[in-house]
Design a protein around this ligand. Structure first.
Ligand code: C2O
Ligand code: CU
Length: 463
């Protein structure tokens, strides 16, 4: 079926930025010096057992000031945007005593973590946590890597309001580095009065909401400290609703050592790193430059369809090299153990990503021609290895996300990697193979949250 294209296509997508709110511009007028990069806050471990990380986490409202706007009411985990960074070791048990003090029901989904289905935080397997109620999440952290968490109810609204945090799980065989930084990349669309637009404009409905303020760890245009000559490791996650980040660090290449599912066998080098919402990358680099020098971390233009492209590179952050002389003799890690390769079974689960107009003439996003909840569930036997044939029939990219399992792209020309979120470009097809070894009801969807909430979501029932 050929998707019908909407009047808005004709308008073009110029991505108007609110005057003075784009990255550096706002900081130049509001704050003379770039803000320091905030670290994601930790939470106290309530367990004496070294194999258990036990925390209490409350979702609650708070206020936060974004550049170019009056203070906003934000929704937070433990009062801050971003929420906490939970740090643990592979094999640890994570216990989260969750309390919902928000005015509406919510859940927590542990994006990329291989949890039992009852802990996955979707309405398929758990009752919504109503205001004033709590829920105990408890599961083993099987894999090392950077993961994140966010609500899975009205996610387009709740994540935009500030509900997200990260989980850093360390494994055996981590590279030894001089310095490691977790960066949560986000944007927010904020009105001058501090409110977030309730009703989406046509462009945001179509493309997913892009913000007028770019954020790194919750602040606009921060300064990221690094040391010349040091082995610097960056753990990156894109937590935005709809924005893709196309990162480039002036004068440097990223040495990619891992992605959603952890470290990869064969690292690769890239000058730009494209990250869709939900994706994570693990990169290392050795900055070179004079002590005290600054380097710009750019968000380069990238067109994700419908002619949408940012006009020019936008400055996302500034890397400032410390005053010390360059450290000598560091080398980039060259190889890690290969991830286990899944057999290339033929695709027998068709997943056609598209869009159509509903009876009211509103655009809805579809899987196999239907919008959720009308998408028939996929059935799979527990323990089976199956392949989803994902075909994007639309004119824009969709980041495809599968809950509960990593997948491998067949015929991937790059190094073998375990992913849980992958960009399926406009009119692109790919076969994604996974081992469905955990029973229960799972979701798969586009991670542009407006698309997921707009129908591009399906269920997978592993029995
Ligand atoms: Cu990060 Cu179902 O999502
Ligand atoms: Cu999408």
């Amino acid at each position: 079926m050929k998707p019908r294209h909407l009047a808005l296509t004709a308008l073009g997508f110029a991505f108007p930025l609110v005057a003075g709110c784009s990255g550096n511009g706002a900081d130049a007028t509001e704050t003379p010096a770039p803000p320091a990069l905030p670290a994601l806050p930790g939470l106290p471990d309530e367990s004496a057992d070294p194999g258990v990380l036990e925390v209490s986490m409350r979702a609650k409202t708070s206020t936060k000031k974004y550049p170019g706007a009056k203070p906003s009411e934000v929704w937070t985990y433990e009062g801050s945007v971003p929420g906490p960074l939970l740090e643990a070791k592979a094999g640890d048990q994570l216990v989260v005593h969750f309390q919902n003090d928000l005015p509406e029901a919510t859940t927590i989904h542990w994006h990329g973590v291989r949890v039992p289905a009852t802990m996955d935080g979707t309405h398929l397997m758990q009752a919504p946590v109503e205001p004033g109620q709590g829920f105990e999440y408890s599961f083993a952290l099987k894999d090392a890597g950077l993961f994140w968490f966010h609500p899975h109810m009205r996610s387009d609204v709740q994540v935009e309001k500030g509900l997200y945090g990260a989980i850093l799980v360390r494994g055996a065989g981590e590279p030894s580095v001089d310095h490691e930084t977790v960066l949560a990349l986000d944007d927010v669309r904020v009105n001058a009065d501090g409110t977030f637009p309730e009703l989406l404009d046509d462009e945001s409905k179509m493309m997913g909401r892009e913000g007028n303020v770019l954020l790194v760890n919750g602040v606009s245009g921060p300064e990221i400290p690094m040391q010349s000559g040091a082995l610097e490791r960056l753990r990156l996650v894109n937590v935005a609703n709809g924005r893709f980040f196309n990162l480039r660090l002036e004068g440097h290449t990223f040495h990619v050592i891992g992605t959603d599912g952890g470290l990869i066998g064969q690292p690769w080098d890239t000058e730009t790193l494209l990250m869709a919402p939900g994706e994570r990358y693990d990169v290392v680099l050795i900055p070179n430059g004079e002590p005290g020098a600054t380097l710009t971390l750019w968000n380069d233009p990238y067109s994700r369809g419908h002619g949408a492209v940012a006009a020019a590179p936008e400055a996302l952050a500034t890397v400032r090299l410390g005053a010390d002389a360059a450290l000598p003799g560091r080398t980039l890690p060259s190889a890690f153990p290969e991830v286990e390769k899944l057999p290339a079974v033929a695709a027998d689960i068709p997943v056609l990503l598209g869009e159509k107009l509903d009876a009211k003439g509103e655009v809805v996003f579809t899987i196999n021609g239907q919008a959720y909840p009308d998408v028939p569930p996929v059935l799979a036997a527990n323990g089976s290895i199956r392949t989803m044939g994902v075909k994007n029939e639309s004119d824009m990219d969709h980041p495809f996300h599968l809950h509960g399992f990593f997948f491998q792209r067949q015929g991937d020309t790059g190094t073998l990697k375990n992913k849980d979120t992958i960009i399926v470009k406009a009119h692109e097809s790919m076969d994604l193979t996974a081992r469905f070894d955990e029973p229960g009801k799972w979701m798969y969807h586009c991670h542009i949250l407006e698309h997921a909430e707009g129908g591009m979501l399906g269920e997978l029932d592993v029995q």
